[in-house]
Each structure stands twice: as C-alpha cells, then as structure tokens.
Design a protein around this ligand. Structure first.
Ligand SMILES: Nc1ncnc2c1ncn2[C@@H]1O[C@H](COP(=O)(O)OP(=O)(O)OP(=O)(O)O)[C@@H](O)[C@H]1O
Ligand SMILES: [Mg+2]
Length: 483
C-alpha cells in the first residue's frame, strides 16, 4: 500500500524545504528558540551519512533535539525508517516518545493538512498506509539478543542510541551493521559514564569517524543556576567525578581510578574537628577473613551530626594480625569499658559473626554492618551500588569538607588513597570488590573500612560536651564568682 500523502503537491514542497535541513525544520517549526548547543547538535545530525556522538550533562535539551530529529526524519524522507534505542526503554517511552507529542503538536499547527497522514502509537510512529515500510520505532538495547537490534536497511535510515555509554560494544556493532547506505545516520547521546566502550572511543581512537560534541550543563541557557547549585551539593562539588560526568558532561579528570587523593588524606590526619552538637563515642570493627589473612581492626571516634553535617574525629585505632575471634571480642570488651554511651558496630558479613556473638554474650549491644547491601534511600540507590560505595564516598566528601580527622600513621593514608572505584553503567559509584583489589595487588584496606563504617551507624550523644569544654566552663564560672 502506498501513502496517499505522496500525491499531495504541498507535501513535495515540504520535503524539498526540509531535506537535509534539520536546523531549518526546528527553527521554523518549534515554539522554542533553540540554544547554541542544540544548534550544534541538530546541525551535526542533518548531514547525510553522519555519525554523531554527543557527550552531555543533564538537561541541555538533548531529548528535545532527538524528538525533533525523529519527526523530521519521518516527515521529510518518504519511506524512511528510524530507530531510537536505549538500555532503559522506559526512558525512551516516557521522555522522547512524550517529547515527540509536543513536536507533533507544533508541526501540525503549521501544516494542518498533514495531520491525518502520520499516526503515532505506543510502539510505532508511521505514515498512514505504509505502516510497515515508513516508520520510527523505539527498541530496547537488550543484552540477550543483539541480533534483534538489526535495523532496516534503506537509503533513509537513522539510528539513535540514547544512554549510549552504557550500551555494549557488541550492540553498537550490530546497530552500525545496518548502516549499509552512505546516507544512513548514526547518533549517540549520553552522559559519559564509562571511560571505555564504543561511546568513549568516539571521543578517542574513533574520533575521525564521528562528529563529537560535548555539552556542559553549566553553559546551557535552559539549565538554571538553581539546578546547578543543587547538583553541586548532591554530587559533592566540582571535583567529584559524578559532577563532571553528569553536569560537565565529560569524563572525570581523576582518571587514576582512586577515590581520594593522597594529599587530601595526609591533610585529614591533622584536621581540627569542631563538633557543632553533642557527640557520641563510636567504635567500629572489621574482622579478618581467615582465607585472605588480612588484619582485624577496631577504630574509636567521636561522632556527631547527620548526613552532610556528620563530623568524625578518629581518636585511636588498633590493628591485630591473626588474632582469634573470641580473643579479639574480649579485647574490644576491655577497651569499651572506659567509655560511656558507646556504640559498637561490627562488619557482620563473614567472620564478624563470631565476634558479634561473643560480644553479645558479654552483654554488649552490637550494631551489625552489612555493607554489601544497597543503600537505604531510593535517591542513594541510584547513586551508589551498595553501602560500601556510599560510605567510601561519604569519607571522601567529609575529608574534602574538613569534617573528618582520620587515624594517624602512614598505613591509614596508604589505604585511604588506594580505593579503586568506577562509575558503573547505571551512573552509580562502585568500589572494586575485594578479590579484584587483591588481584591488582591492593591489600584489604581494613583500617580505612572501619573509617567508612562511621557513616553507616547511629550514635548516642554523650550527656555532656567535651570534658575540656566542661573544664573551661567551670573555670569561667569560678572566675565570675571570684569577681
Ligand atoms: N530550546 C529550548 N527552550 C526551552 N525549553 C527547552 C528547550 N529545549 C528543551 N527544552 C525543555 O527543557 C527540558 C529539558 O530538555 P531535555 O529533556 O531535552 O534535556 P536532556 O538534555 O535530554 O535532559 P536529561 O539530561 O535529563 O536527559 C524539557 O522540558 C524540554 O522540553
Ligand atoms: Mg534526555
């Protein structure tokens, strides 16, 4: 069946006007004035045979451009096909498919005679009478069956890959395999969540093949300052890799792959902590795994505040090589006798269990840490793979903001500055698993781990503030009395 539209003389003029000219299409037909970044993007996409890679922070108007590009491709090229894919198909449906609705409204307003000829359904946007040969479809880049992703071969074919950084190379291979005609277009858009893979390569070893664009949200006229300020706080400042990826739209400059720079750790050993509210004693414990033969550690600190206000002042720590768990529990028991309202928290995965049971036998209440589990809040689940990643990043932030004094000695610094991390495909922080750290020659950072635990436990505020402060108050009172 052929489309009745092809016999309409107005349609012929329309196609001539907009063929290979997406810039004109958006500028003339959208209710919005496009930004300079969007101009760059649509200009790159209009070129026949283009391969475009856009690395960008949040909210710069990428989805808007993609929706316009899809509508343009469908309407300006008879019998064209386009595919829009993402790892998260919900993202395509809820964002781009929805954005398309407002594009369609804008275009139909100016070309009302065209309205009946294009039909948008949940799974397909197509030309009336040519549903199977002239269309746009959304598809998920599922890992299981890359062959399913093969596109339709044709002169006018465009493939758009959203969240392209997280898409496996194998899938990019299959998708690009469909680009059999020199006029076919391939567009990748993403936050640069991974330093490896086809998307990253487009900015590196494949840069001759791609037109590359990098959009910084801070420079976007449609991203407000309030949003930037919120993200600065949420992601922990300009220096944070997450801010660089998700706002600046570029690969983090901290490419060593270690979470905390050594100079910060050294400085954090002499940070003076001023508690803003009553603090409490907390003792955190990491128990050696028999097979890995690492050490058992307890660390004692004064802890105050919650969330971004947490302050940690490590007072002392002790490390034991190959100590029996029961003996270790009794050691801890004797240490904690000297402190009031002290909270004890023990890593409960693995060998910690014996220590916990022994302490409980001795009448001590123990908080269990299971830091392999996901963080508690939904917002944190999106940012951290597990509580280990969450707590490690919190240490980094607290050190940067001078809210944490870490333990003394070279070993603490050596461990703290060799925490390998990455941002995974979902844009979440992930700390390298212990066995993989071993494989890289990095010993289990037991002392550092106990420092992280302070961000996973509650504390009981001591009844009085610092004794020194008490002494000073008493002295001041005495002086007043003597006057
Ligand atoms: N030129 C423009 N003028 C005004 N508003 C715009 C413009 N371009 C896009 N918008 C609107 O700004 C918002 C963000 O745009 P869009 O969703 O396209 O950004 P994005 O870069 O895809 O964001 P994200 O990083 O969240 O995927 C949307 O509500 C969109 O409709
Ligand atoms: Mg988007």
């Amino acid at each position: 069946m052929s489309s009745p539209l092809l016999n309409n003389p107005k349609y012929k003029d329309f196609c001539i006007r907009y063929r290979d000219n997406l810039v004109r299409y958006v500028v003339e037909n959208s209710r919005h004035r496009i930004t300079w970044q969007q101009y760059e993007m649509v200009k790159a996409m209009q070129k026949p045979g283009c391969s475009v890679a856009v690395s960008s922070g949040h909210g710069t108007g990428k989805s808007f451009c993609l929706a316009w590009a899809l509508d343009w491709h469908l309407r300006a090229y008879p019998y064209s096909n386009a595919m829009i894919t993402a790892t998260n198909i919900v993202q395509v449906r809820s964002v781009i498919w929805k954005e398309l609705d407002s594009v369609i409204v804008d275009v139909n307003k100016l070309y009302p005679w065209m309205t009946p000829y294009f039909v948008k359904e949940a799974q397909r946007y197509y030309a009336l009478g040519a549903k199977d040969s002239w269309y746009i479809i959304p598809k998920t880049t599922s890992k299981g069956n890359p062959e399913n992703m093969a596109g339709q071969h044709g002169i006018h074919y465009m493939c758009i890959v959203d969240e392209a950084s997280g898409v496996a190379d194998e899938i990019h291979g299959v998708l690009r395999g469909a680009l059999t005609h020199p006029n076919n277009r391939y567009v990748m858009v993403s936050q640069p969540t991974r330093p490896v893979g086809h998307f990253a390569d487009a900015f590196g070893k494949l840069k001759d093949m791609y037109t590359t664009l990098q959009f910084n949200s801070e420079e976007s006229p449609i991203v407000c300052m309030k949003f930037i300020r919120e993200k600065l706080i949420e992601y922990g400042g300009h220096h944070s890799p997450e801010y660089q990826i998700k706002v600046l739209g570029r690969l983090p400059d901290n490419l060593t792959g270690y979470l905390i720079p050594k100079s910060w750790c050294e400085k954090a050993q002499s940070t003076a902590i001023e508690h803003k509210e009553a603090w409490g004693w907390v003792l955190t414990v990491d128990v050696a795994e028999g097979v890995h033969r690492d050490s058992s550690v307890w660390t004692l600190a004064k802890v105050s505040g919650y969330g971004a206000e947490r302050r940690i002042e490590v007072v002392e720590y002790k490390e034991y090589q190959s100590i029996d768990e029961k003996v270790f529990a009794r050691e801890i028991y004797s240490v904690i006798q000297d402190y009031q309202s002290l909270t004890v928290a023990v890593d409960a995965d693995g060998c910690g269990r014996t220590v916990i049971l022994e302490l409980e036998e001795l009448g001590v209440t123990v908080e269990r840490i299971h830091w392999g589990l996901p963080p508690h809040s939904d917002a944190d689940k999106k940012r951290y793979k597990n509580q280990r990643a969450y707590a490690s990043v919190k240490v980094r932030e607290a050190i940067f903001e001078e809210r944490m004094r870490i333990g003394q000695g070279k070993k603490v610094v050596e461990q703290a500055c060799r925490i390998p991390y990455k941002i995974d495909e979902g844009g979440r922080y992930q700390i390298l698993p212990k066995d993989q750290m071993k494989a890289k020659g990095i010993k289990s950072p037991d002392i550092f781990d106990t420092h992280c635990f302070f961000f996973l436990v509650d504390y009981v505020p001591a009844e009085s503030m610092d004794n020194d402060q008490d002494d000073e108050l008493i002295k001041a009172a005495m002086e007043l009395l003597e006057q």
